[in-house]
Design a protein around this ligand. Structure first.
Ligand code: K2U
Ligand code: ZN
Length: 186
């Protein structure tokens, strides 16, 4: 397992369609666990393969302890009306906006065990499923903003993006950088 580099807005990988996963290899399992590790360090509740520069249709989610590895996920049903909530994205740091989405979704996906499963969700989990599955089809939350709101989001991003040369966001892994107190010199 390792901490992966996160790709940020401007990297074409975030706008590409992903490829269906045909077989679940040890490398894919390692990728999934590295995505979980990277997501936790980034304080996210979801992470999709394009966000770490990979083209597989794979995402990971952990919402309030409910963990999902989503291989070839699809939304098979959505409804319950719509809800508006503020969203952010690990690939567009420090940019936020209100997104209207269906309140409930039913998702069909395959797990790392190769078994297909279905899960129904509402609330934040439903929103996270939709946000991550959008990533697998090159869609980002800013695409849902009004023209004016998207313009202001992109203006804000214009001031942030220089922090990420080559569209790469490296997460601080050095203990000192995470403001933890490394063991004092003995
Ligand atoms: O895919 C990602 O970039 C991770 C997203 C997932 C997400 C965004 C909005 C709403 C639900 C999920 C987030 O950046 S993870 C950060 C976060 C943490 C707690 C609640 C909402 C968002
Ligand atoms: Zn995102």
């Amino acid at each position: 397992m390792s901490i992966l580099e996160i790709r940020v807005l401007g990297d074409p990988v975030l706008r590409e369609e992903t490829r269906l996963v045909d077989d679940i290899t040890d490398e894919l399992r390692t990728l999934a666990s590295s995505m979980f590790e990277t997501m936790y360090l980034a304080r996210g509740i979801g992470l999709a393969a394009p966000q770490v520069g990979r083209g597989e249709r794979l995402a990971v989610i952990d919402v309030e302890g409910r963990r999902f590895t989503l291989i070839n996920p699809e939304i098979v049903e959505s409804g319950g009306g719509t809800a508006k909530a503020e969203e952010g994205c690990l690939s567009i740091p420090d940019v936020y906006g209100d997104v209207v989405r269906p309140k409930t979704v039913r998702v069909r996906a395959t797990g790392l065990d190769g078994q297909q499963y279905e899960v129904e969700a509402d609330g934040l989990l439903a929103r996270c499923f939709q946000h991550e599955i959008d990533h697998l089809h090159g869609k980002l939350f800013i695409d849902y903003l009004s023209v004016l709101k998207r313009r202001s989001a992109l203006t804000k991003w214009g001031k942030e993006k220089d922090k990420y040369p080559n569209f790469i966001r490296r997460l601080p892994t050095d203990p000192a950088a995470t403001h933890e107190h490394p063991d004092e010199e003995l």
